[in-house]
Design a protein around this ligand. Structure first.
Ligand code: NAP
Length: 484
């Protein structure tokens, strides 16, 4: 196997919100891994920005502590860490004021790739975009990376897009959905479009149904303010699950190119049918297992926000008419597991007789943990005693199959940041995609708000509310087990 890593040019990456949780837990440790693996050119630099009063030395000490907390000892290398920390500077800037911008402009080099990561609350996107322009930091080739949530409805997403568009061209804007940076999610495209095997079967004629599951074991973890105003629909479905759905359902793009891929994803969103109220189940976790319930955690005893949602969707186009897509996501569930399962239809006729055990072929794309792809197929049970069928998995766990031992599968954030530096927008959401996703989501939320829909309670550690099981049972199907 020949490794062809696309090189990265030297860069200055400005991280607004450098002292924040995301920067400390994901962005900076991720960059360290790229640096250690030799993918971050040694003359590249990270310029962390926030209001906190500290110098570069204190900031580096803080990053060193964050690295010690987030990177397993087995993956640490003292020499690389020292060299990486030397590449980091800290500049104090108040995004909403005038202080510090000149220092930031002075810290940047004219002749390297320039990118600015907005790892801050969305309310600061506008002031930062304006500040970058006012202080001539935003060159025509400067890239900006914006985090989720990208709005909380269509109007706010449009307003955010307009704010960014006032200062940046769409080609400069990288809206992150870290699910798109996961190895398996990209492998989904490789499996679909680099093999002749699946694509002829990838339609309503042969696919019985698709399940997309993103299950978490954690609760809302101190994010009550944000989460209670958002809920699972806004926090997970409108972005992450929608992106997975698009990649599963889209037509083959004519090229693996940002505009071609995003055009095809957008068509899927446009083809989504409105969802009938009976095809949605919302849930809220109870207290249990020594942990508080959702309402205790969010501090509102009357909260109607869902911490779980399951939906049945239909895509009205030639490829998918008649194939249901079941989506579910929730917190405090049995296991942390994200997967997409494509279940194929039964063969038209069984030559093995009525009583013979049979199970559908299912292609399972595990997004996390243990990223990999499994296809279960029917074979003859080995041994004497006649023809008995048994289903076995054809398993491709990437870490094992490619000899990576887990070490070399980059985290989603590292991959996406390197794509920003390479100027490749394929794995980032375009403004019209985000707006289309909200345009589909808004009426669903408005409908349940209008009827004051109460989420159904579910037990922590379970698979979600009972009615969610019924959503697929009544169609004669079953949810897959939520297992790690
Ligand atoms: P956070 O921990 O609250 O950090 C916010 C950062 O913004 C801090 O570094 C803060 O530093 C800085 N900041 C606040 N006001 C500022 C101002 N006026 N000027 C300059 N800097 C300012 O938030 P976070 O969890 O890192 O999240 C950052 C963004 O990523 C948010 O949009 C969030 O929704 C998104 N996100 C986060 C996660 C995650 O796992 N944390 C996951 C997905 C998306 P000072 O107080 O020192 O200024």
């Amino acid at each position: 196997m020949v490794s062809r890593v696309i090189p990265v040019e030297p860069f200055d990456l400005v991280v607004f919100g450098g002292t924040g949780d995301l920067a400390q837990r994901k962005i900076l440790p991720g960059l360290l891994r790229r640096f250690t693996d030799g993918q971050m050119p040694p003359d590249s630099r990270v310029i962390a920005v926030a209001r906190s009063d500290m110098d570069s030395a204190s900031f580096r000490a803080r990053v060193a502590r964050a690295i010690a907390e987030t990177v397993p000892d087995s993956h640490r290398d003292a020499g690389s860490e020292r060299a990486f920390l030397e590449r980091i500077d800290y500049v104090m800037v108040d995004a909403t004021g005038e202080a510090g911008w000149r220092d930031l402009a002075a810290a940047l080099r004219p002749d390297v790739v320039r990118a600015v990561y907005f790892s801050v609350a969305p309310a600061l996107f506008g002031p930062i975009a304006e500040g970058l322009h006012r202080h001539e930091i935003a060159r025509a080739d400067c890239r900006i990376v914006v985090e989720k949530p990208f709005g909380q409805d269509l109007d706010s997403a449009r307003a955010l897009n307009a704010t960014l568009a006032a200062h940046f061209d769409e080609k400069q804007i990288y809206r992150i959905d870290h699910y798109l940076g996961k190895e398996t999610v990209q492998n989904l495209m490789a499996v679909r479009f680099a093999n002749i095997l699946f694509e002829p079967l990838w339609n309503a004629q042969f696919v019985d149904h698709v399940q997309i599951t993103v299950a978490e074991t954690v609760g809302i973890e101190g994010r009550a303010g944000y989460y209670d105003a958002a809920g699972a629909m806004r926090d997970m479905v409108q972005n992450h699950l929608m992106q997975l759905l698009c990649l599963i359902a889209m037509e083959p793009p004519y090229r693996f190119d940002p505009e071609a891929v995003r055009d095809e994803k957008l068509k899927v969103i446009h083809a989504l049918d409105p969802v009938a109220p009976g095809d949605i189940v919302r849930g809220q976790y109870n207290a249990g297992n020594g942990q508080p319930g959702y309402r205790d955690e969010c501090g509102d005893p009357d909260s109607l926000t869902e911490s779980y949602i399951a939906l049945k969707l239909h895509i009205s186009n030639w490829r998918w008419k008649g194939t249901p897509f079941y989506l579910r996501t929730g917190k405090r569930l049995r296991a942390r597991a994200s997967e997409i399962a494509v279940t194929f239809k039964e063969p038209p006729h069984s030559i093995f007789g009525e009583g013979e055990r049979w199970k559908e072929n299912t292609l399972v794309i595990r997004v996390q943990p243990n990223e990999g792809i499994t296809l279960n197929v029917m074979i003859k049970e080995p041994g004497p005693g006649g023809m008995r069928l048994v289903d076995v998995p054809l398993d491709m766990t990437f870490a094992e199959a490619l000899g990576a031992g887990g070490r070399d599968i980059p985290d989603a954030y590292e991959r996406l940041i390197m794509d920003v530096i390479r100027g490749n927008q394929t794995l980032f959401m375009r403004g019209d995609e985000v707006e289309a996703a909200w345009a589909w989501t808004d009426p669903i939320i408005a409908a349940w708000q209008a009827r004051e829909d109460r989420p159904q309670p579910y037990e922590p550690g379970s698979a979600g509310p009972e009615d969610a099981l019924m959503l697929v049972h009544r169609d004669g199907r079953r949810w897959r087990e939520i297992s790690p």
